[in-house]
Write a protein that binds this ligand. Structure first.
Ligand SMILES: C[S@@+](CC[C@H](N)C(=O)[O-])C[C@H]1O[C@@H](n2cnc3c(N)ncnc32)[C@H](O)[C@@H]1O
Length: 209
């Protein structure tokens, strides 16, 4: 992103949890983790949760819990909870610590698991979510497509991150292809009304009608 854009955004898009701000900047430039979402994406997730009055949100791909804290902070304020899933053997410990240090532990159910297994189990438990935020391995968006579609309530929203990978510079073509397949599938799916926003590496928003 253009430096001027970044500086201007940072002037307004303030973090809602101070510890999250520390995590975000402390983890910048690390090459052993996948990038946390940018503040404008985190704040957009918070905005959606507030606007829809969401009470139950599922995140697939917790990383070191940056986006999880954005969402949990907002959910706390309106009596909601976040379920977050990640299968990483090493960064999971960091995610757990970060959620604890953010003061939001009681609002977050942390599931250390592969996303495909987690969504299957959540369905077996009969759970439904107001919002599902997809930010795990790109190939898996289409693999778990039907489970995610079933887990989101009627009137709920799926927010999928990195969906403009097909046209982003410095992104491996196979990742772009996975995202293209996902976009093709969800934009053609009559159960949803979808749109795409060029925030971060792209967000596809799908409202379950
Ligand atoms: C881009 S990072 C998530 C960043 C996080 N949403 C944030 O903004 O802080 C993607 C995460 O997905 C996890 N992941 C990848 N494939 C997965 C899978 N099949 N099941 C569960 N987690 C997975 C990785 O371990 C990684 O931590």
């Amino acid at each position: 992103m253009d430096k001027g854009f970044r500086e201007y955004l940072d002037k307004f898009v303030e973090f809602t949890n101070q510890y999250n701000k520390e995590i975000y900047y402390a983890n910048q430039g690390r090459d052993d983790i996948q990038a946390p979402v940018e503040p404008e994406t985190g704040r957009f997730l918070a905005f959606l949760i507030k606007m829809t009055g969401a009470r139950k949100v599922l995140e697939l791909g917790c990383g070191v819990a940056n986006s999880a804290i954005w969402m949990a902070q907002t959910l706390k304020e309106q009596g909601g909870v976040l379920y977050t899933v990640d299968n990483h053997p090493r960064t999971w410990k960091e995610a757990v610590e970060n959620v604890e240090k953010s003061g939001l532990k009681e609002y977050v159910t942390m599931i250390h698991s592969d996303a495909d297994e987690a969504v299957r189990k959540l369905r077996e438990q009969g759970l439904e979510f107001d919002i599902v935020f997809q930010d795990c391995a790109k190939y898996i968006y289409t693999v778990i497509y039907e489970d995610v579609a079933a887990l989101v309530k009627k009137g709920g929203i799926i927010v999928a991150d990195d969906t403009m990978f097909p046209v982003c510079e410095n992104v491996r073509p196979n990742l772009g292809r996975h995202m293209d397949r996902y976009n093709m599938q969800i934009f053609a799916d009559k159960r949803f009304f979808s749109t795409m926003l060029p925030v971060g590496h792209g967000l596809t928003l799908s409202w379950k009608i």
